[in-house]
Design a binder for this molecule. Structure first.
Ligand SMILES: Cc1ncc(COP(=O)(O)O)c(C=O)c1O
Length: 420
């Protein structure tokens, strides 16, 4: 694949505005760093050596192309449309996050930076950042809300083994948005030698466009694999979970101009979208525009514009904002945005494991759960592609809790009693 950088009608303008969304709303001292990043990024895009180096890393380091797998048992069990799984969880480090980490690490090196910093929720982006930092010999600090630090402990452990410093953020709601704030503060203090390796298709310009571009490989591979491996011209439906929006925009991007392909983003409905603070579904009920963390988009906020608390069983979707291109795609009705609740996510997790032998990340199980509702309503001639954005190893504690697994609880108790 020679050209991985696409242009669509939904692209940002030169100032990084996706119509009324996006932009660059940051303290004055970050403007030169963002301008430098933008300039370096657009130069790198034109440099065939950059694309070649990135493609080599995708292939030989991360293991791309990831398989596009026809989930025959799962499809037959649901009865209806055929379901294909884009297995991003089979990437090195276990999720799609490595795609934009490799791209941004190469850029950081081009800009002469020696240190990477990142925010992380589920820990997958932090893990991928720590991984590329180790590979390229860079220093690395990862910020994580204290709640996420505790519930995604396996990833904290691995980040530290990779040489990263992982800092639990104790203020605010101790979740992803507080980790973003802490990372921005670090960047302001250390902008000369540090690149902020942002983990989703959000933040100030050029991040939303740049992260999308590095994730577009997912959709481009789907196009090729559907044709070459299954003789299918295009999918009827693509479903992806939406936190900040990087895995979703990556798989949607090559199909945005083709209105015959139905695109569905699935938000975290948590414990139900009826009550404040119990979900992270930004686009479901009277979405509110705000400017937070450097960009304009929809944020869960109270009547005074304060960002609301969120909840999701999956740390990676537990975030009050959504990337600005998704805001535009929602407004233009090009992408449908729906939600599922935690309970449905666990059901999807179980069913996929039992029918296909695939342990998927809880974030990705949001897309699976929505497909479980949609597939039976469609004919077997229709094809659905689900972006399985990550694998579920990191979720072992959460799933064991949700399933009230007594043997696991006993094991943890015994482990904690063991003498060193
Ligand atoms: C496996 C997985 N999928 C999805 C997400 C959500 O992020 P995004 O919406 O940027 O793809 C995360 C975030 O941590 C994740 O770890």
């Amino acid at each position: 694949m020679k050209n991985i950088f696409l242009k669509t009608q939904y692209d940002a303008d030169k100032r990084g505005h996706f119509k009324k969304y996006g932009g660059r709303y940051v303290p004055e001292m970050l403007i030169p760093a963002l301008e430098n990043l933008e300039k370096s990024y657009y130069e790198a895009r034109k440099d065939p050596k950059f694309t070649q180096e990135l493609m080599e890393l995708f292939q030989n380091y991360s293991g791309r192309p990831t398989p596009l797998y026809f989930a025959k048992n799962f499809s037959e069990h649901l009865g209806g449309a055929k379901i294909f799984l884009k297995q991003e969880g089979l990437n090195h480090t276990g999720a799609h996050k490595i795609n934009h980490c490799l791209g941004q690490a190469l850029l950081a090196l081009r800009m002469g930076k020696t240190r990477l910093i990142a925010e992380t929720g589920a820990g997958q982006h932090g893990l991928a950042t720590a991984t590329v930092a180790a590979k390229f010999g860079m220093k690395c600090t990862v910020y994580m809300g204290k709640v996420d630090y505790e519930r995604q402990r396996p990833n904290v452990f691995w980040m530290e083994r990779l040489g990263a410093e992982v800092i639990p953020v104790m203020h605010g709601t101790q979740r992803l948005k507080d980790a973003v704030t802490a990372t921005l503060q670090d960047w302001i203090a250390n902008v000369d030698d540090t690149h902020y390796l942002l983990g989703s298709a959000l933040g100030p310009h050029p991040y939303p466009s740049m992260v999308r571009d590095f994730q577009t490989i997912v959709g481009l591979e789907v196009k090729q694999q559907l044709k070459e491996n299954y003789g299918i011209n295009k999918p009827d439906v693509i479903i992806a979970c939406v936190g900040g929006g990087s895995n979703a925009i990556g798989i949607f991007n090559p199909y945005l101009e083709d209105k015959n392909v139905r695109l569905i983003g699935v938000e975290a409905g948590g414990k139900g979208i009826g009550t404040v603070g119990n979900h992270a579904a930004r686009l479901q009920k009277n979405p509110k525009v705000g400017v937070v963390e450097g960009y304009k988009s929809y944020f869960l906020q109270d009547k005074d514009g304060q960002v609301q608390n969120t909840h999701s069983i999956s740390a990676g979707l537990d975030y009050a904002g959504i990337g600005p291109e998704h805001a535009l795609l929602w407004e233009k009705k090009r992408v449908e945005y729906n939600y599922v609740v935690d309970k449905e996510v666990i059901e999807a997790f179980n069913l996929l494991a039992r029918k296909e032998g695939i342990i998927a990340a809880l974030e990705s199980c949001h897309a699976v759960a929505y497909a479980m509702k949609l597939a039976p309503k469609l004919s077997s001639k229709k094809n659905i592609v689900i972006n399985l954005s990550g694998r579920g190893d990191k979720d072992i504690f959460i799933v064991a809790d949700a399933l009230k697994d007594k043997k696991w609880k006993e094991f943890i108790k015994n482990k904690s009693r063991e003498k060193n």
